[in-house]
Design a protein around this ligand. Structure first.
Ligand SMILES: Nc1ncnc2c1ncn2[C@@H]1O[C@H](COP(=O)(O)OP(=O)(O)O)[C@@H](O)[C@H]1O
Ligand SMILES: Cc1cn([C@H]2C[C@H](O)[C@@H](COP(=O)(O)O)O2)c(=O)[nH]c1=O
Ligand SMILES: [Zn+2]
Length: 191
């Protein structure tokens, strides 16, 4: 467990930022839920947030592709986290690529107050470019866990999210009908 924070009993809090990133289907949400459930077992006060726009599986819960879930609060802007986190010891944020550019500052403010902040999101968009606030978060985080999916074309570790539909906007909610994880070689094949 070198790439994540630890559950600390009350009174021994040390703030930090953890980033879990990678392509779609790499297990970011499952890893986020695992860390948050461990914190709940340790009886820490946990708050979980996701963008209100992310309504794919559920309007309020954070849900993985394998349908593991944990309750969360949908919010419109990252600054809402500051208002909704009083007495919180651990904060989880899913689909962080959809949040505004203030998110790294918000996370740093929370970590400076002694809160363990765990953020999950896509590091790259469908073009292979850095996605939203995630790259800056990776820079300021204590712990970065970059994980891979399985390339659906060749079975190699996949770090890219290939878009299957002819749409050019950066934000486009979707699942397997619209995206598939691919390795670098297979990602570049059909560009
Ligand atoms: N090509 C794939 N590679 C890896 N996992 C996949 C793939 N397709 C489906 N999955 C499933 O997706 C799960 C991960 O879901 P999830 O945690 O929601 O991922 P993410 O949040 O990174 O999109 C895996 O445990 C696996 O069961
Ligand atoms: C690559 C890419 C993805 N999206 C959307 C598609 C999904 O709704 C989420 C990612 O979900 P996951 O939990 O990581 O599977 O992001 C997008 O809007 N733009 C993109 O370029
Ligand atoms: Zn491949």
């Amino acid at each position: 467990m070198i790439n994540e924070g630890i559950e600390r009993p009350k009174g021994a809090q040390r703030g930090s930022i953890e980033v879990i990133c990678g392509p779609m289907f790499s297990g970011k949400t499952e890893e986020l839920i695992r860390r948050l459930k461990r914190a709940q077992i340790a009886k820490l006060k946990v708050e979980i947030f996701k963008p209100a726009t992310d309504i794919r599986y559920d309007a309020t819960a954070v849900v993985s592709h394998d349908l593991n879930s944990i309750q969360s609060t949908p919010i419109e802007t990252s600054s809402a986290i500051l208002l909704l986190s009083s007495n919180t010891q651990v904060i989880g944020i899913d689909e962080a690529q959809f949040f505004d550019d203030e998110l790294p500052n918000v996370c740093a403010t929370l970590a400076n107050k002694g809160i363990r902040v765990i953020v999950a999101g896509l590091d790259m968009d469908f073009k292979g470019n850095p996605f939203g606030p995630i790259p800056k978060l990776m820079a300021v985080a204590e712990f970065v866990t970059k994980i891979t999916a399985v390339c659906v074309r060749c079975g190699a570790p996949a770090s890219h999210s290939y878009r299957l539909v002819e749409r050019q906007e950066t934000f486009l909610l979707g699942e397997k009908e619209s995206y598939e994880p691919r390795c670098r070689v297979c990602f570049n094949l059909d560009k």
